[in-house]
Design a protein around this ligand. Structure first.
Ligand code: 5GP
Length: 192
């Protein structure tokens, strides 16, 4: 998506450790007009899929997922990071390794909000090694629901997450795929 690529080129900051900072328009300050364009693009790309729920993970996925949910006309659920794994009967639980923080955390989602009738679109801001998405897919599986597709704002194509997800045969739509981030701050996007 050209609009997103241009914005990343203009305002994205390449940090050591292959981290791309986009906190002036996605991760901290949020550009809602941009989110609306992203949501329209996902709506077009997933047209015809029987999506009735959107699922994301706190915190940085919530903004884009909320705007996408309005475009699709469906509710949005965000999985919550939990300090301790909650082995109660009310929640589905999974464990995710954080790329940016380098630690493992537990994630929960109430059983009230997802069941075997649901057809889910998963939305997140970044795809790197795929841990966050695999955790969200695990929650959907616990619920017996169906993953209809995954919408990502920025995929880091030089990390393995995209391949892992595509090998599973899931429709993955990343609006910008970064193939390289150079030391001089230049960013190379994959032609899509
Ligand atoms: P993964 O689980 O695919 O390795 O990483 C995805 C998660 O890590 C995303 O939810 C995102 O919050 C965070 N993340 C991964 N890479 C980056 C990055 O380069 N920049 C930022 N801002 N977040 C990232």
């Amino acid at each position: 998506m050209k609009l997103l690529e241009e914005r990343i080129r203009k305002d994205g900051i390449v940090r050591p450790g292959n981290v791309l900072k986009v906190d002036s328009f996605i991760n901290h300050q949020m550009d809602i007009a941009l989110f609306e364009e992203m949501a329209k693009e996902w709506k077009r790309l997933f047209a015809g899929k029987p999506i009735n729920k959107i699922l994301t993970i706190e915190a940085s996925g919530i903004g884009i997922a909320a705007i996408a949910a309005r475009e699709f006309g469906v509710p949005v659920i965000f999985a919550k990071k939990s300090k301790s794994i909650n082995l109660d009967n009310d929640n589905y639980c999974t464990r995710i390794q954080s790329y940016t923080h380098g630690k493992v955390y537990d994630v929960i989602m109430s059983k009230k909000f997802l069941n075997s009738e649901d057809h889910v679109l998963i939305i997140d801001d970044f795809l790197a090694n795929g841990c966050a998405l695999l955790g969200l897919m695990d929650l959907v599986e616990h619920a017996g629901a169906t993953v209809e597709g995954i919408g990502i704002a920025i995929e880091k194509g030089f990390q393995r997450g995209g391949d892992i997800i595509r090998e599973k045969g899931i429709q993955l739509e990343s609006l910008a795929i970064v193939d390289a981030m150079n030391e001089d701050g230049t960013i190379v996007f994959r032609e899509q």
